[in-house]
Design a protein around this ligand. Structure first.
Ligand code: HEC
Length: 176
């Protein structure tokens, strides 16, 4: 009984302490003050586990992602909506993406290979809470999102020249 009262008092003290800390305003929410290691681990683990769980949905079925006409549509969307934040082979991210956003948008040329096509689809369709990553599923069809997946998964393996060539190959193509 003594131990129970001790443990319950500890929990109550921690809860009250947490509320006092939250209401005090001491935690710095500015984008220039980065999270400490523990907070960062909690947020990133929550994000990654949530994404892995939801992307495993059996209703998400990839089409043939090597289809060149799909890749071309994806390229046009990617150039229009994603390069500014995520860069591309031979293309830098915009200044705000590099310096102003926290978390920083990753360079997909480096990180895209860490994800399965179903995971890329889920991320692009749903975005991430409390980051600058938008939910493109609110404005784009599943077919358009698969087109984006088809180009994103190729980014780590295509050269600057191949990416430039796609500009010529898709000349005149427009997307919403
Ligand atoms: C306004 C900036 C912004 C735009 C535009 C944007 N993103 Fe993002 N994106 C982010 C940020 C920030 C993250 C990282 C979120 C985090 O660290 O939790 C992210 C994460 C991602 C990830 C996960 C990559 C990783 O390494 O964790 C993918 C994939 C992605 N975005 C794809 C896209 C695609 C495709 C587009 C265009 C259709 C796009 N994003 C447009 C800001 C953006």
């Amino acid at each position: 009984m003594k131990y129970f009262i001790g443990a319950a008092s500890m929990v109550i003290i921690i809860l009250i302490g947490s509320f006092v800390f939250i209401y005090s305003g001491l935690y710095n929410m500015s984008a220039t003050s980065h999270h400490n290691k523990l907070t960062l681990w909690m947020i990133n683990t929550l994000r990654d586990k949530s994404m892995e769980y939801h992307a495993n949905d059996p209703s998400i079925n990839p089409p043939d992602l090597s289809d060149t006409s799909l890749i071309k549509i994806g390229y046009v969307h990617y150039r229009k909506m994603c390069v500014g934040c995520h860069g591309a082979p031979g293309r830098d991210q915009g200044e705000i993406a590099q310096k102003g956003f926290y978390p920083h948008p990753p360079l997909l040329v480096k990180t895209a290979k860490e994800f399965t096509p179903k995971q890329l689809f889920w991320i692009i369709k749903n975005g991430y809470k409390m980051t600058a990553m938008p939910a493109f599923g609110t404005t784009h069809s599943d077919d358009e999102i698969w087109a984006l997946v088809s180009i994103v998964q190729k980014l780590p393996s295509i050269s600057k020249e191949q990416f430039q060539l796609m500009e010529i190959q898709t000349k005149g193509m427009t997307v919403e």
